[in-house]
Design a protein around this ligand. Structure first.
Ligand code: ZN
Ligand code: ZN
Length: 381
């Protein structure tokens, strides 16, 4: 049948995707081990040509992964929300406002790890993923279950794109290409080391590649303010195919608004994709004492034994929120693609439990509906 790949092909592609996205360890090379001797605020270290995490880290073995995938499939896969995926509310944001706003500080959840931040008159988007699948293939790999609230063409002109790492649910070729071609000129792409090469191969030239702790100032879209964007470590990994694990770097971003005087008057954190490690308390908090707002992942965490190293669960997300001294956090990396086995709408429920356990108010760590915009407030200083 023309255009319809055979089942075998599909199964092979699926296995390839799983191994490259969920990951398996390479015991023979020890590539997934940590580099405990790395100095705290130096850049990332490489062992045998591959980047290493700062704290102990190991991906599941291929055998365990295959067994899990088999069990998941036999169990009928991930449980959808009670009313089905079509019942998930999607808001259409006030696009006229978002396109013209250069003064208010706002945040809009597009879905998954895609967040539009308006700060200092600049439009910053994290891990833009506007496609129907988080996969190199059009026919296999995690499918979008909830539609995008607006397209790149409908949205505001983007000034800065932040890419946390190169997994398909965070780095999407079509979305990046569309942003590079946006009317009014391409944005500045700020990417981890190694992803600049991928960008250049696509013909994208306005790219800044960052090592951990590198920073870059971007002049404001209005007035004398500027943004300072710093790339910080996360506990994760990178890969787009079987042979390239750990070849490109991963991390999160601190976005600060600086007044003309140099005073930092707003601080935003984007965690990217991460497992829990003491790095938030020992490293990020040591450099940045508090945050006004943070986008922290709360989804893709079960089965825990396979995913604990690379994805936090809601309780660990709350721990990061507390360790970083954040005024208000937004739960991201859930409710958009089916990546793992927890029920589709479980993350906010587990988040509510974790907040109650930590004696935190629900407003301290919120979730949005897709397309929801909120004005951001400053923490008291
Ligand atoms: Zn990832
Ligand atoms: Zn992810």
């Amino acid at each position: 049948m023309k255009g319809s790949p055979g089942r075998r092909w599909k199964a092979a592609a699926c296995a390839w995707w799983l191994a490259s996205t969920i990951g398996v360890s390479h015991a023979a090379t020890g590539e997934a081990e940590s580099a405990a001797s790395v100095p705290r605020f130096a850049g990332a270290a490489k062992v045998d040509g591959r980047f290493v995490n700062l704290y102990a880290f190991r991906l599941p073995s291929l055998g365990n992964l295959a067994e899990w995938y088999w069990r998941w499939t036999l169990d009928g896969g991930t449980r959808p929300p009670a009313g089905g995926y079509a019942s998930v509310p999607v808001r259409t944001p006030d696009l006229d406002y978002l396109r013209t706003n250069r003064s208010d500080t706002t945040v809009t959840w597009v879905g998954h790890a895609t967040v539009l931040l308006q700060l200092a008159g600049l439009n910053v988007i994290t891990d833009p993923q506007f496609s129907d699948r988080a996969s190199p293939f059009g026919f296999v790999g995690p499918e979008r279950k909830v539609r995008v609230p607006f397209t790149i063409a409908e949205g505001p002109h983007v000034d800065v794109v932040l890419i946390s790492h190169d997994h398909y649910d965070h780095l999407d070729g079509d979305s990046v290409d569309a942003l590079a071609r946006q009317p009014g000129g391409p944005p500045l792409f700020i990417v981890p080391l190694g992803i600049d090469r991928w960008m250049r191969e696509r013909g994208i030239v306005n790219v800044v590649a960052m090592d951990w702790w590198n920073a870059r100032d971007v002049p404001s879209g209005a007035g004398d303010d500027r943004l300072r964007i710093t790339f910080v470590p996360a506990q994760h990994w990178g890969s787009r195919s079987i042979g390239d694990r750990f070849e490109t770097l991963w991390g999160g971003f601190v976005v600060e608004r600086l007044r003309a005087s140099g005073v930092v008057d707003y601080r935003f954190f984007f965690a990217g994709d991460t497992g829990y490690a003491p790095l938030f308390r020992e490293l990020v908090h040591a450099r940045f004492d508090r945050f006004d707002f943070a986008a922290i992942p709360i989804g893709a965490y079960e089965p825990r034994e396979f995913l604990k190293a690379q994805h936090v669960d809601p309780a660990e997300a709350v721990r990061i929120h507390r360790e970083l001294n954040v005024r208000q956090s937004l739960g991201i990396h859930w409710g958009t693609f089916v990546l793992t086995t927890e029920p589709f709408d479980q993350p906010p429920k587990d988040l509510a439990t974790a907040l109650a356990k930590a004696h935190l108010a629900a407003e301290a760590f919120v979730t949005f509906e897709h397309g929801e915009t909120r004005m951001l407030e400053k923490a008291a200083r």
